[in-house]
Structures are given as C-alpha cells and as structure tokens.
Design a protein around this ligand. Structure first.
Ligand code: NDP
Length: 328
C-alpha cells in the first residue's frame, strides 16, 4: 500500500515532539471515507497545539490540523463517491482524531461538507474553521435580530482569521463595520475588506466600567478577556455580542449590569461540534455572502512544510488574515 507523509505529534517525557512521518493507510483512524487531502490551513488552535502552549492533543500520537479539504479516494458511504470534493472542519480532528496535516485522512461521512461549487479546495481552506466560525458569529447576530439599520457593529481581532472574514461578511451584508486591531498600520487592508472605521484595540484594554456609553448594535469577538468585558459594557439596548475566542485570554471580568439594565445578549459560538445542519447553513451562506476577491486577498499560500515556522507566529498574533497550505 502506498505510503504518505504526515505531521505527527508524539508524547515525550518533557512534553511533546512534532515531526514529519511516513505512514500508510493502515495507520489511519476509523471512518468510512478516505480522503486525499489537497489543502489545509492554520488556525489559532493549530498554533496552540503545535507549540504545546495549550493541551489541544487529547490522544497520542496525533496528526494536527483541525481543517482539511480534498478529494474522496474511497468511500463505504452511499453519500460520497471517489472523486467528490469535500471539506472537514473540527469534529475533534487534530485533537482526538487524525487531522489535516497529512496527505491522507479518514473520517466519518457525517463529518463531511460537500465543497460548494462557488469555491475550490484552496478557497475552502482560506475560509477554514476561522472563516466558518466568523459565519456562525454572523448567523448568531442575525438570530438576535441585529440589523444594519441598528448602528455600528464591532469586530475585534480584526486582522486575524475570524476577524478578517467577519469584517468582509458583515460589510457585504450592509453593516457599518468598525474593526478593532492592535495593528492599526493595517488600516488599508481592513478598509479594503469593508471596515468603515478602524480603532486601536487599546480602547478596550482598560478595566471595563459596569455600563459604558452605548456604541455597538452588535459585535463579533474573537479576543475574550478585558476586551469582551468592555465591548459588553458598550453594547446598545437589546444588542448582541457573538463570542468565539480567547486570543487575549479566557477570563471575562464583567458584571451583570449590561445584561439586566440593557437586555443585551452574549451568544457563545462553537464551531467544533456544531450540527451538520448548522454547518451546511453556514457554508451555504459563505458561498452566497463572502466576496471571493476579498477572500483570496486575505489568504497567503504556503507549502505544508512551513507549518512549524508559522505555528508560533499565529499564537503571537503575527499572522494577518488566513494561511492556506498546499498539501503534497
Ligand atoms: P488569529 O491569530 O488569526 O487572530 C487573533 C487576533 O486576535 C490577532 O490577529 C489579533 O488581532 C488579536 N489578538 C491577539 N492577541 C491579542 C491580545 N493579547 N489582545 C487583544 N487582541 C489580540 O486567530 P483566529 O482568528 O484563528 O482565532 C481567533 C480566536 O478565536 C482564537 O482564540 C481561537 O481559538 C478562537 N476560535 C474559536 C472557535 C470556536 O469554535 N469557538 C473557532 C475558531 C477560532 P489584531 O492584530 O487585529 O489586534
């Protein structure tokens, strides 16, 4: 049986080691669809996993990579056949199930999303978990009735993967988007994506007052901590904040005041175990509402071999937009 290359994380006495390995299809984990991976990507969580900064791997050895796109090589499911182009996001890939940093993968058919015809596999990975999560956040704002006419919406961590896609999506949908960033020198990029205004993230770094001046009809936050606390205190009556991330920290030093005096909603967003129905909805909306020119402008292609060099950079907040890895 033909071998293939994969990145393999193994447990060591001192922690973990991550290196390239030659495997065969017999080494793959359980599943009824085998995929030849053509593209994958780099998310913040992948950076945490590879650097060992957080205990992402929960089974050893593990192939990292929470996303993949590629072509079905063989299938025991009647839903997919050889040659179908598919995407997988999350479901524990790169945590408990072998992930996308590999030329081959095997997963359950229920995890697959058919590649929307508007995208190629590289586009799908330019979106990846970060972009699909941005869409889930936009859906959350819509579920809570945040409309473009209600006023400005804030996107924090705007130069990051979730943030970049959220800015592009919200502006395309007609929202007045304010982008918060620590990299204000990237103002032209953020305005190209659709931000009307760019603000320095330091505005949200101090201790949050219980109730600040009302500013935001809604917000997409991938940062957490003090930033999210400030955003909540500035959210308008009956506004909503979709929170998906912890790039600043996992804490949330806030009070009940914005909730009980302004009726605001804090909607948590999880992409990993989102239902198949929600995923299909999100990918369908991405195909309709994401400007493909802007998507391609925010993505940088690399060979998969670069992942070890780029992983620490995303954890340090130094990656702009999205990274796409060509596999094989
Ligand atoms: P990126 O690293 O691409 O983006 C994170 C951005 O956050 C950075 O680019 C930076 O933006 C900002 N940032 C970084 N450090 C700080 C800090 N100390 N204080 C304030 N802002 C900071 O990561 P992703 O976009 O891939 O992911 C963002 C977050 O969302 C992560 O925490 C990730 O784990 C989470 N996530 C959660 C998902 C879920 O299912 N809930 C799915 C996907 C992601 P700037 O330079 O513009 O300030």
């Amino acid at each position: 049986m033909a071998g293939f290359k994969a990145l393999l994380a193994t447990k060591t006495d001192g922690g973990q080691s991550v290196d390239w390995s030659d495997l065969t299809q017999d080494d793959l984990m359980e599943g009824n669809v085998t995929i030849r991976v053509s593209h994958t990507t780099l998310n913040y969580k992948d950076g945490l996993a590879i650097t060992g900064k957080a205990p992402i791997f929960r089974r050893w050895p593990m192939i990292p990579g929470i996303d993949l796109a590629g072509v079905v090589e063989s299938s025991e499911s009647s839903d997919y056949k050889k040659g179908d182009e598919v995407i997988v996001n999350g479901w524990g890939m790169g945590e408990t199930h072998f992930g996308g940093y590999s030329e081959m993968a095997r997963v359950d058919a229920g995890w697959l999303v058919p590649l929307p015809k508007q995208f190629n596999c590289s586009d799908a990975m330019a979106i990846g978990t970060a972009g699909y999560t941005a869409m889930l956040c936009v859906l959350a704002l819509e579920d809570h009735n945040v409309k473009p006419k209600d006023g400005q919406v804030l996107v924090t961590g705007a130069n990051g993967g979730v943030g970049s896609v959220a800015v592009a999506l919200l502006s395309r949908l007609g929202y007045d988007v304010v982008a918060s960033t620590g990299r204000t020198e990237e103002e032209d990029y953020l305005k190209y994506l659709g931000a009307k205004e760019v603000v320095d993230r330091n505005e949200f770094s101090g201790k949050a007052s219980m109730l600040g001046k009302e500013r935001w009809a809604g917000a997409v936050d991938s940062v957490g901590s003090t930033t999210l606390a400030n955003v909540l205190s500035q959210t308008k009556y009956y506004g909503a904040v979709a929170a998906c991330g912890l790039a600043q920290g996992p804490d949330l030093p806030t009070s009940v005041m914005p909730f009980i005096l302004r009726g605001i909603t804090l909607q948590g967003v999880d992409s990993v175990m989102a239902s198949k129905e929600r995923r299909l909805l999100a990918w369908g909306r991405l195909a309709k509402d994401l400007d493909i020119g802007k998507l391609r402008a925010m993505a940088v292609a690399h060979p998969l071999e670069d992942v070890l060099e780029l992983a620490p950079q995303i954890v340090e907040g130094k990656v702009r937009g999205r990274v796409v890895f060509n596999v094989g």
